[in-house]
Every structure is written in structure tokens, then in C-alpha cells.
Write a protein that binds this ligand. Structure first.
Ligand SMILES: NC(=O)c1ccc[n+]([C@@H]2O[C@H](COP(=O)([O-])OP(=O)(O)OC[C@H]3O[C@@H](n4cnc5c(N)ncnc54)[C@H](OP(=O)(O)O)[C@@H]3O)[C@@H](O)[C@H]2O)c1
Length: 243
């Protein structure tokens, strides 16, 4: 399988790369090419497989087509794409700093949709492919503590849901992943975290779901129940919470 991993310096992306099948060929994409080079060497050494590093800054839309062409030239075809990039500013920063909010919304949602739309063209032409989008439980219900970040993931959820409908009977499959708290750079030092999962556990759940052609997973699984309860709490009680 030929695999692209976007935002490859993320801890979850690294675990996804390490857990790919031995025969898979990988392209790791990220904006800090020195970092991506090191990660690619490490994954290649540990897995004994073909791994290519490639620069991709998701805020540089003009580069998308060139990057994709380069991926296709390297691999011949693209079977699976993992969208692991993301930005999370605190609610306070996002509310007070227009540039921070705009960047977060752009990288988490707009950039993902635009890059995804381009990849889809080649997958639909071949009639096969897997797309995997890292969303978040934060998109399930707006909470005062991080609803600007959450709204970027909620928008992504709607995109993927509609895409899954569009892809019916095309041979191309889209998976929506909703992790709970995961031990990565994004959550480092944040207060109030609980039931924090390891990136390896999340990556293992993701690979299982990709292979089984699942449509949506919560990872770890118990977040499905937690979010079901959170979504069911009546507004007059919810608004009294500190969530
Ligand atoms: N950690 C959690 O608890 C959690 C929970 C639910 C969902 N998620 C989602 O899971 C995904 C992975 O997050 P993580 O926790 O692994 O966080 P992370 O370690 O902060 O990784 C975020 C990744 O996004 C990349 N990125 C940011 N802006 C970019 C840009 N303009 N172009 C290309 N890449 C860019 C970062 O690259 P640099 O290294 O260059 O900054 C990094 O590789 C994100 O979508 C996040 O929203 C995380």
C-alpha cells in the first residue's frame, strides 16, 4: 500500500507510520523538513521499509498540486492518506487574537478540505483509496472552554460525513476519527486532562478501522459513551458546568 501521512511530526502520525505494514511505502509530509527527514530515517530504519520525507505547509495552498504530483511521481499511485495535521490555540487566545483564530480554522478545516478535494480526483479516477481524517471529540458539542477549536472539528465532521455519502459505490472510503485526550505536544501541560491515551493506542485503533473500512471511530472506544452522555445533558444543566 502507498501511504501519505500529512502532519507527520505529530506524535499520532509517527505512531501511524511505525504501525504501517512492512511492505507499505510511505511519504511523510510536514512543514519542518529537517524534522520530517529525521522521522523518515527513524521509521525507515525501524521498519526496514521505503519512507520518503516531503515538505508540505498546509497554509501554502499554491503548493498543493505540486506536492501531490511529486507524491504520485514517487509512488505511482496513492492508496491511503492520513490527515494528521492540526492546530489548537486556547479558547482565550483564539477569542482575543484574530490571526491565531484564523490560522486554526484555516489549517484544521479549509486546508484539509482543499487538499482532500485534490487527492480525491486521482482516487476517484482509479476507483480505490482510503482517506482518514483526524477530527476530535471536541467537535461533538460546543463547550465554553474550547469551542473555537471545536467548531473547526465540527465543520470537518460535516465535510467527512457528506464525503462518505458522496463516495458510496466509488471504491474510495473515508474514515472519521474522533480521539479523546491523547498524550502529544498539543496537550502537553494542559490542565484538567483525564483518561489520556497514548499515541500508539490511538494509531492501533486507527489502522484497525482503516482495514475494516469503518466510517467513524472514537478512540479509545469509551469516548463514544462519554460524548453520548455529554451530548444528552440538557442545556440548562450543561450551561452551569465548567466544561
Ligand atoms: N492530542 C489530543 O489530545 C488530540 C485529541 C483529539 C484530536 N487531536 C487531533 O489530532 C491531530 C494530531 O494532533 P497531535 O495531538 O498529534 O498534535 P501535534 O503533536 O501538535 O501535531 C500537530 C501536527 O500538525 C502539524 N501542523 C500544524 N500546522 C501545520 C501546517 N501549517 N502545515 C503542515 N502541518 C502543520 C504540526 O507540524 P509542526 O511539527 O511543524 O508544528 C504537527 O505535525 C490534530 O488534528 C489534532 O487536532 C488531538
Amino acid at each position: 500500500m502507498n501511504v501519505l501521512i500529512i502532519g507527520a511530526s505529530s506524535a499520532m502520525a509517527r505512531s501511524i507510520a511505525h504501525q504501517a505494514d512492512k511492505g507499505d511505502k510511505l511519504i511523510l509530509l510536514g512543514r519542518d523538513i529537517d524534522d520530517i527527514n529525521d522521522i523518515a530515517s527513524d521509521v525507515s530504519l525501524q521498519r526496514g521499509a521505503e519512507v520518503h520525507p516531503l515538505k508540505l505547509d498546509m497554509s501554502d495552498r499554491d503548493s498543493y498540486q505540486k506536492v501531490l504530483t511529486s507524491c504520485l511521481e514517487t509512488l505511482g499511485s496513492i492508496d491511503s492518506v492520513f490527515f494528521c495535521h492540526g492546530v489548537m490555540h486556547s479558547q482565550e487566545d483564539a477569542a482575543d487574537d484574530e490571526a491565531a483564530a484564523a490560522l486554526m480554522l484555516d489549517i484544521n478545516y479549509t486546508a484539509t478540505v482543499l487538499f482532500s478535494n485534490l487527492i480525491l480526483k486521482s482516487m476517484l479516477a482509479r476507483g480505490e483509496g482510503n482517506l482518514c481524517y483526524l477530527s476530535s471529540v471536541a467537535g461533538d458539542r460546543g463547550r465554553q472552554s474550547n469551542f473555537i477549536y471545536g467548531s473547526s472539528k465540527a465543520a470537518l465532521n460535516t465535510y467527512v460525513e457528506g464525503l462518505q455519502h458522496r463516495l458510496r459505490n466509488t471504491g474510495v472510503h473515508a474514515l472519521l476519527v474522533k480521539p479523546g485526550f491523547v498524550d502529544t505536544g498539543m496537550t502537553w501541560g494542559l490542565p484538567g486532562l483525564f483518561l489520556v491515551a497514548s499515541p500508539d493506542k490511538v494509531a492501533s485503533d486507527i489502522w484497525k478501522a482503516v482495514r475494516r473500512k469503518k466510517y467513524i471511530i472514537y478512540t479509545p472506544w469509551f469516548w463514544r459513551i462519554i460524548m453520548l452522555i455529554i451530548k444528552m445533558v440538557p442545556r440548562f444543566i450543561f450551561h452551569r458546568s465548567k466544561l
